[in-house]
Design a protein around this ligand. Structure first.
Ligand SMILES: *Cc1c(COP(=O)(O)O)cnc(C)c1O
Length: 434
């Protein structure tokens, strides 16, 4: 089955099995076959004579069973906090497959990472001196790199751009004296054997991403010229490949990105360096869908509004920045058949108590009726991990599906949060008598 057909089969099947809870009708679904296909596509596109590790960005997944599946496929994992690190370990990623990238590492984080032997990319010179203190002359078990900000321009979404002249990430390359300071840091530490750049993000052109990698590979050449031999063994090019949220097409593809890199930085693939990628959105977005029941419909000031259960609690970015993060939605009848008739301009509203809680603004859609189901597409990255506890709404369940004998088979990836858990999270489990 093709991706869209498998999704249609899964949506009808989920409704036939009454997987949408009556008291909180919203669930997430992940197409595990699509996830596998995209992971294999990344592997094929980045084929190189040297080892390549696709360290999936944990913040885009954060569902341990999915991380476990990715570990089994041969992925690595990029983590940025003690919680993500713990999840990666639980999922079965061995330390040599974990990259610890937190932008604000405590001494405790650094000690933990060094003791475990995970690879680590440093954000600033303070972190470098903390490592010096911890090591006291010893050699670290895992690879250690420095995150470089090549200080390029911003992409189409300013808030998401990671490599601007004043971005908060990494050590700047173009500021006065900075390049020399980086070279000196490597020359003084024979164990600094990795370098990191993550200059892509949603809204970023492939050529700009490749330019970021180009700048870092030039820096590596300068470092090696100064030291007199090759010290850096691994180049971590980060993630940030954008996703097309307008259709089912996976564009730009991993092969497109490989071609852009090949054109700009051919030596990246000549076998000299191990390559690490940290894809998140591009690996995961296309595999996810949310389903939610339409509770009621009404017309307000001439505008038809359908009220459903997907709002800021599951789609904070889309709700707060609707122009930057629009999502495709489709309208299904109660049996899961896609509606096509009576197209008119409608709002699809969520369950949160503020007026901006609209998942689709003024969208031309088939007329939505009470009891219909709204499918929200391309939510496999970040949407299931970035919950927002507004109005004490629970995190919905997420199920994985696979094609099996012409139908789909299901697995639970996360159960729905209970009301008791929501209350406990709000301090309901604290003894506050004084
Ligand atoms: C968020 C992040 C990623 C993943 O980015 P995507 O845009 O989801 O591919 C990779 N590396 C670092 C350091 C990140 O912060």
């Amino acid at each position: 089955m093709h991706h869209a057909q498998r999704r249609a089969t899964a949506m009808s099947d989920a409704l036939a099995r009454e997987m949408l809870p009556a008291d909180y009708p919203i669930i997430g679904m992940v197409d595990l076959d699509t996830l596998d296909e995209l992971f294999r596509a990344a592997e094929a596109a980045f084929d190189s004579p040297s080892p390549v590790t696709h360290a999936v960005a944990a913040k885009a997944v954060t569902l341990v069973p999915m991380m476990r599946h990715l570990a089994e496929l041969g992925a690595g994992c990029e983590v940025a906090s003690p919680g993500e690190l713990r999840m990666a370990q639980l999922a079965g990623f061995t330390p040599d497959r974990i990259v610890f990238d937190s932008p604000a590492k405590t001494r405790h984080d650094i000690d933990t990472a060094l003791d475990l032997g995970v690879a680590m990319n440093l954000d600033n010179f303070t972190e470098l001196s903390r490592i010096d203190e911890h090591l006291a002359g010893a050699t670290p078990k895992g690879r250690i790199g420095v995150r470089i900000n090549p200080q390029l321009g911003a992409g189409k979404i300013e808030e998401m751009s990671t490599a601007t002249p004043t971005s908060k990430f990494g050590i700047p390359l173009r500021d006065e004296g900075s390049r020399q300071a980086i070279i000196d840091a490597y020359a003084a530490r024979p164990w600094l054997n990795q370098i990191h750049v993550h200059s892509g993000s949603q809204g970023m052109a492939l050529s700009s991403m490749a330019a970021g990698v180009r700048a870092v590979v030039d820096l590596v050449a300068d470092i090696h010229a100064t030291i007199g031999h090759q010290q850096i063994t691994h180049i971590d090019i980060g993630g940030g490949l954008p996703v097309n949220f307008d259709s089912d097409a996976h564009t730009p593809s991993f092969a497109d990105y490989r071609a852009a890199l090949e054109a700009e930085v051919p030596e990246l693939f000549d076998g000299t360096y191990g390559i690490i990628t940290e894809f998140g959105r591009s690996l995961l977005a296309k595999s996810g869908t949310m389903l939610t029941r339409v509770e009621a419909t009404k017309v307000v000031g001439g505008r038809p509004i359908a009220v459903c259960h997907a709002g800021a609690q599951v789609a904070a970015r889309t709700i707060f920045m609707p122009k930057a993060w629009p999502l495709r939605v489709s309208v299904l009848d109660p049996a899961g058949e896609e509606r096509e008739d009576d197209v008119c301009v409608q709002d699809v509203a969520g369950p949160c108590c503020f007026s901006g809680d609209i998942i689709a603004h003024q969208r031309s859609l088939p007329l939505i009726r009470e009891g219909d189901v709204i499918a929200i597409h391309d939510v496999g990255a970040y949407y299931f991990s970035n919950s927002f506890s507004y109005n004490a709404l629970p995190r919905p369940a997420v199920y994985g599906y696979r094609e099996k004998d012409g139908a789909v088979a299901w697995v639970t990836l996360r159960r729905q949060q209970t009301i008791d858990e929501v209350v406990a999270e709000a301090g309901g489990d604290v003894d506050s008598s004084w």
